[in-house]
Design a protein around this ligand. Structure first.
Ligand code: TRP
Length: 450
């Protein structure tokens, strides 16, 4: 087998993995999930899940990936000497391809909005912007083309190698996205009547809690961290022996959470200010943001124009660094296991994801495609985020906590006794007991058994 690539630098490692984590999950999914689940109380659960379950889960995947230095399925296979644990890898590959399919639909919407913002089509009141979104997303062809185009862009990056272009671009574009987000948070909070939105985000109202809040928070936490599909395991296989797993995971988790909270602070104050209901679902950001751009920069339309174009362009970029990671899992698997050329392996995933993207896009627009009472898109979203990811994450924790030799886990966690020794037992306790139990309890709660 040819020499496996490594990420170029320390910063590159964190950025590429953070690039996978930060994406539409933070800026599109987190706000609408928060809106649907009543605000601050959901956020509390979410943060709990991120730190108590997400962080140990992420480190577990890192340990498996870096130790095995190979694709997700073979990593589990090697470490378990051929026992059925490789199914965890298969589960991850399946999950990430499904996610890629519906994620591309939303990424395609963002692509369209770059164009719409550039052409000045998003100018008008809230009702107008809403109509624009509905008209576009229910067209039988246009949103599909945008979504499939997005999968193809991902394909091109994957085939040409992740290292140079993406690593370098991330170093510049991620910080710009961050700064722009801060500008928009300020602009949004300065709108009249926006404080209502800030309160919605920061003041928990436990009476609004429904029984699905916990599972939604768990699913969102795993989705946002890219956890549970062996995606992090695949990325960790490109880490070096010096990478401090605990520190890297901590940095990524903090960054990811901060960006999600900022996205909330950008969207809800504006939504309340223009009178859009916080629980308007997946279209939330596509309807509120154009209003922020207009109202916040009312005397300076050019500034509003530049910021809106830049914002959607950066959103596209953030989505791309995430779709790359989903695509890479399957591509690495088909390349190494079926001895395909990377180019050919990538086509397998691209074709599967594009087909799913087509049907998902139709299901929320032109045609009524339903499964178990949900549109196909919502069905894929809920099936993966609320079921497959927590399951995958739990299995990763069980694998690291109980199955593989403790010495191996210790060596990976501490880099051979060099760092993080004091945290090892806490980590072990978390992956052995806390994560599996907590995830099982949330599942049982959802089923109404407890
Ligand atoms: N975490 C990404 C986001 O927040 C989405 C993502 C990328 C993902 N790779 C993943 C989700 C793998 C689950 C599994 O947008």
């Amino acid at each position: 087998m040819k020499e496996r690539g490594n990420f170029g630098s320390k910063l590159g490692i964190v950025l590429a993995t953070a690039g996978s984590a930060v994406g539409l999950g933070n800026i599109w999914r987190f706000p609408y999930m928060t809106g649907e689940n009543g605000g601050a109380a959901f956020i509390l659960f979410y943060i709990g899940c991120i730190f108590v379950l997400g962080l140990p889960g992420m480190i577990s995947e890192f340990i498996v990936g870096r130790h095995a230095q190979t694709n997700a399925a073979r990593a589990y296979d090697t470490l378990s000497n051929g026992k059925p644990w490789k199914l965890v890898g298969y589960l991850g590959i399946l999950t990430s391809t499904i996610i890629l399919g519906f994620y591309a639909v939303v990424a395609g919407w963002c692509l369209q909005y770059v164009y719409a913002a550039m052409a000045g089509k998003l100018v008008g009141d809230a009702a107008f912007v809403k109509t624009y979104f509905v008209t576009f997303s229910s067209h039988p062809l246009r949103p599909v083309l945008c979504g499939v185009a997005f999968v193809l862009i991902t394909h091109i990056v994957i085939v040409n190698g992740v290292q140079k272009g993406i690593e370098r671009a991330s170093k510049w574009l991620m910080p710009i996205l961050f700064v722009l987000l801060l500008v928009l948070v300020t602009a949004s909070c300065a709108l009249p009547g926006s404080m209502e939105g800030v309160r919605f985000l920061l003041q928990p109202d436990f009476s609004k809690l429904s029984n699905k809040v916990m599972l939604d928070a768990l699913g969102q936490a795993f989705f946002s961290l890219s956890l549970g599909t062996a995606c992090l395991c695949t990325y960790a296989s490109y880490f070096t022996k010096e990478t401090n797993l605990l520190r890297s995971a901590g940095q990524i988790v903090m960054l990811d959470t901060m960006i999600a909270i900022f996205a909330g602070l950008m969207i809800f104050p504006a939504a309340f200010s223009v009178g859009i209901s916080p629980d308007s679902g997946p279209s939330l950001i596509f309807i509120t943001l154009p209003n922020v751009f207009q109202q916040a920069f009312v005397g300076m339309p050019q500034v509003g124009w530049v910021i809106s174009v830049m914002f959607y362009a950066l959103l596209v970029f953030a989505a791309l660094t995430s779709t790359i990671s989903m695509h890479e899992i399957g591509t690495a698997f088909f390349t190494e296991e079926f001895h395909l050329r990377r180019r050919h392996a990538a086509w397998v995933i691209t074709i599967l994801a594009s087909a799913l993207c087509l049907f998902c896009s139709w299901s929320v627009g032109a045609f009524d495609i339903q499964l178990l009472g949900y549109s196909l898109m919502d069905f894929c979203d809920l099936l993966t985020a609320n079921f497959m990811l927590p399951l995958g994450g739990m299995l990763a924790c069980l694998f690291v906590g109980w199955y593989i030799p403790r010495q191996l886990v210790y060596d990976e966690f501490t880099n051979g006794g060099q760092c993080n020794k004091w945290f090892f037992l806490t980590f072990l306790f978390a992956v052995r007991y806390i994560c599996p139990l907590a995830i099982t309890l949330v599942f049982l709660h959802q089923l109404g058994w407890i």
